[in-house]
Each structure stands twice: as C-alpha cells, then as structure tokens.
Write a protein that binds this ligand. Structure first.
Ligand code: I22
Ligand code: ZN
Length: 195
C-alpha cells in the first residue's frame, strides 16, 4: 500500500487535534456563529465566496442555509457568489480580481455578512470582496489557513485553521468549521430542532 494514504490521514488528525486545542480559534467560531444568527434574526443577508475548492465550500455553506442542513426549518437568506454568467462577465470586462467585490457592490447592504474563504488569505478577489464589504457597512468573517495574511487582517472575525504546506488539510478543517457554524445558527434560531 502506498504510504501517502496513511500519512494523509495522520496529518489530517494532527491538524484537527491542533484546532481542538486552540481556544482562541474555537472562540472565534463561536463568535461567528452568533454574528450569523443575529444577522438572520434581523433579516440580513449572508454572502460567501472563495476560489477553487473554497468556492465549493462557499456554495456548500450557502446551500445548507438557504436549503437544508439536518432537519426542516425555514429557509435562511444566504447565497454564494458563484453565478458563472456573473463571474464570466465581470472577469472578462473588469478582471478576475473584481468578480466577488462587484457582486457585493450590487447586492450587499449595511448589516449583511460576508464569509470570505481563502486558505492562503491572499487571493486578490477575496481580499477585494472583504474591502467592498467593509465599504458597504457589512461584517466580514474570514475562513483562512495562514495566520497574518491580508484577508484575516481585514476581517471582523478570523477563523484560521492552519494545515501545513498545502491548501487541502486547511480546506478539510474549513468544512468542519462550516458545519459547526450552520449548527450554531440553527441552535440559536430553531432550538426546538435540537431538543
Ligand atoms: O481545492 C484546491 C486545493 O485543495 C484548489 O482548487 C484551491 O482551492 C485553489 O488552488 C485556489 O485557487 C486557492 O486559493 P486560496 O485558498 O489561496 O484563496
Ligand atoms: Zn481540494
């Protein structure tokens, strides 16, 4: 058997153990869950964005809020910035850096929230989205993988889950954080579902 199979799982376990032991990051997750729940209580919107695997994560996050996570409950106002026609138009006419920020320029309102996902924390289009969100009076939650990167410094709440040299271990933790955030929202908004 190829040794990389076990090694990947061992590395993933170490990254997860480090997250479990990081009190500051767990507190940031808790604060982000409360910010999201409070935003939905006020009928604010939550937008999410990222590139590549992180775009998939942004879509996963939003669809479980607007659609369904575990049990029936009313739909919540979350959307990922992932419409291919918007992305191809803005990428083609203005540049790839603007694909997320221009969407927020049109759709974002004061009191809304952006979840920006970037393992490097330096992707220009996600950073530009965070800058536009701040300009609009929105709150920014950053889900990152490298401490000290630009996206995290712009955010109201940074949840940083380091995973080593590459993006993949971090992304696996991002998905865990995303499910925890959705459960936090549901527990605060629909406690009867958790009795
Ligand atoms: O899914 C993966 C790697 O696991 C890739 O598609 C990865 O998301 C892409 O290289 C992204 O462009 C990386 O962007 P970022 O996380 O640094 O913002
Ligand atoms: Zn991937």
């Amino acid at each position: 058997m190829s040794p990389h199979i076990q090694q990947t799982l061992i590395d993933a376990r170490a990254a997860l153990d480090a997250l479990i032991a990081n009190d500051a990051t767990l507190r940031a997750i808790d604060a982000a869950g409360t910010l999201l729940a409070d935003t939905f209580k006020r009928e604010g919107r939550v937008f999410s964005c990222g590139n590549g695997g992180s775009m998939c994560d942004a879509m996963h996050f939003a669809e479980e809020l607007s659609g369904r996570y575990r049990q029936d409950r009313p739909a919540l106002g979350a959307a990922s910035i992932s419409d291919p026609s918007h992305i191809s138009c803005v990428g083609n006419d203005y540049g790839y850096e603007h694909i997320f920020s221009r969407y927020l320029e049109g759709h974002g309102r004061s009191g809304d929230v952006l979840l920006g996902i970037s393992t490097s924390g330096t992707s220009r289009n996600v950073v530009a989205a965070a800058e536009m969100a701040k300009k609009k009076g929105m709150k920014v939650i950053a889900l990152t993988g490298k401490p000290g990167a630009t996206l995290g410094t712009l955010a109201d709440i940074e949840i940083c889950t380091p995973g080593g040299k590459f993006a993949d271990r971090s992304q696996e933790l991002h998905i865990k954080v995303i499910h925890i955030l959705i459960e936090s929202v549901e527990r605060q908004l629909f406690p009867a579902n958790y009795r």
